[in-house]
Design a protein around this ligand. Structure first.
Ligand code: TRP
Length: 438
């Protein structure tokens, strides 16, 4: 149970409520959402099981686990580079995740101040742009969020985390349902539903398919060794299959709910679904602003979302911290300060992307756009593919069957998905993206 809670805490976060709606909006909804769901179940499930089983077998940080198992299973230590890539991906992801979590924290105060009461769409948007556009304010909240995260990781997290998740996930669910009730009556629900589930396959680009796959990895915390690091603490008798299924289900519920709340608000207010990272911050306050007791609900909502972000942030730091502790014999506190300090510094790339450097664009857009695109759409799927190949091709049958509770029907299904479907699908999408397969 503790393990399910920890993994759910890492999975449910800004990825579901902030990122999923805005990425779905940028990629045209409908077809994107269905590809995303397909990726979650067909690729996400076998990758998650592979990652956890490797973690439990290695019982070390991701780098050491991959090195050890690589050797043990008769091959090479080079597999440690998969772990190393995960450490780097976690650091890069948290660098921007912390900035967005900082916005969330700031929105607690904004909610309480009554800034959203009866505000128009333009005013709500102005509040977001004013805040993210303010270098000093967004630096402060990013610093605050990283500070708290470092503190908790430094002191050894596990106990507090469980309690937080046990309370936060159901409470967040209830508030999402309150928002859903509002969205159903907002006048835009039909349009929102159509946008989310009516696919226009013609308009689906390979870029959108890649983004859907990247989002699936991101939201499930896959492909960077985080679940490997968590798996290292998993008791031998816990079912990896059952845990993975439960986490994936919970995570999907939150993402779909977020879409069902946000898109109706977008259409009821004549907003643009593809406006980008500000989407959630420009829509949810509209609903709260018109609700009885909205200031209170809004504040509670953003507190819970900050909690959700924080339980994910801990998971994002874990591979790097565990690696420093085990490899260089640092104390947990030293490792947390070093890793967290680096992440804090890198975070200014994202802070500045929304103000001073907002016009500085290259490749995919701002500095933030590039870090996000490269980590989610390249590093995580690549990491996930290698992890799955390792679990299903390199590790011998006995080892994986041992971890997955014997070689029954479910085991054979996992092995088929992990050997063929997941790696080939990921490779196919990559190759299409770079134009190799036309
Ligand atoms: N899944 C998290 C979210 O949806 C983000 C995330 C990505 C993450 N990779 C992770 C969290 C690794 C913890 C560990 O918000």
């Amino acid at each position: 149970m503790a393990f399910i809670l920890a993994v759910t805490g890492s999975a449910v976060g800004l990825g579901n409520i902030w990122k999923f709606p805005y990425i779905a909006g940028q990629n045209g909804g409908g077809a994107f959402v269905l590809v995303y769901l397909l990726c979650v179940f067909v690729i996400g499930m076998p990758v998650m099981m592979s990652e956890i089983l490797i973690g439990r077998r290695g019982r070390r940080n991701p780098v050491a686990t991959m090195a050890l198992l690589g050797e043990e299973e008769g091959h090479a230590r080079h597999w440690q580079w998969v772990g190393a890539m995960g450490v780097i991906a976690g650091i890069c992801i948290l660098s921007y995740y912390s900035v967005v979590a900082g916005w969330t924290l700031a929105y607690v105060q904004k909610s309480l101040s009554g800034a959203f009461a009866g505000a128009s769409p333009a005013e709500v948007r102005g509040i977001f742009e004013g805040f993210s556009g303010n270098l000093l304010q967004s630096s402060l909240v990013h610093t605050l969020f990283m500070g708290v995260t470092i503190l908790v990781v430094a002191r050894g997290v596990e106990r507090g985390l469980e309690q937080a998740v046990k309370f936060m996930v159901p409470a967040l669910l209830i508030l999402m349902l309150v928002l859903l009730a509002y969205a159903i009556n907002s006048g835009g629900f039909g349009a929102g539903l159509t946008f989310m589930f009516d696919p226009d396959w013609e308009a689906l680009t390979i870029g959108a398919v890649l983004a859907a796959m990247g989002q699936a990895f991101f939201t499930l915390s896959l492909g960077m060794g985080a679940l490997m690091a968590y798996g290292a603490y998993l008791p031998q008798e816990t079912s990896i299959t059952g845990t993975s299924a439960a986490v994936i289900l919970a995570d999907t519920v939150f993402a779909v709910l977020a879409g069902l709340v946000i898109f109706p608000l977008v259409f009821a207010n004549g907003l643009n679904p593809s406006e980008g990272p500000g989407l959630v911050f420009g829509t949810l306050p509209l609903a709260f602003g018109r609700m009885q007791g909205g200031a209170f609900f809004a504040a509670v909502f953003f507190v819970l979302l900050s909690f959700a972000a924080w339980t994910s942030a801990i998971g994002l730091m874990e591979p790097a911290v565990a690696w420093l502790v085990e490899r260089y014999h640092r104390t947990r506190a030293q490792a947390a300060v070093m890793v967290g300090g680096l992440i804090w510094l890198l975070g200014f790339g994202t802070v500045l992307s929304f103000n001073v450097l907002s016009q500085f664009r290259f490749l995919r857009g701002t500095v933030y756009d590039n870090v996000d695109w490269f980590t989610s759409n390249v590093m995580l799927p690549l990491g996930g593919m290698l992890i799955t190949v390792f679990a299903a091709w390199v590790m011998c049958r006995n080892s994986s069957a041992d971890e997955l509770g014997g070689a029954g029907k479910l085991y054979r299904l996992w092995r088929f998905l992990a050997r063929f479907v997941a790696p080939l699908a990921i490779a196919f999408i990559f190759l299409r993206t770079v134009g190799v397969l036309g």
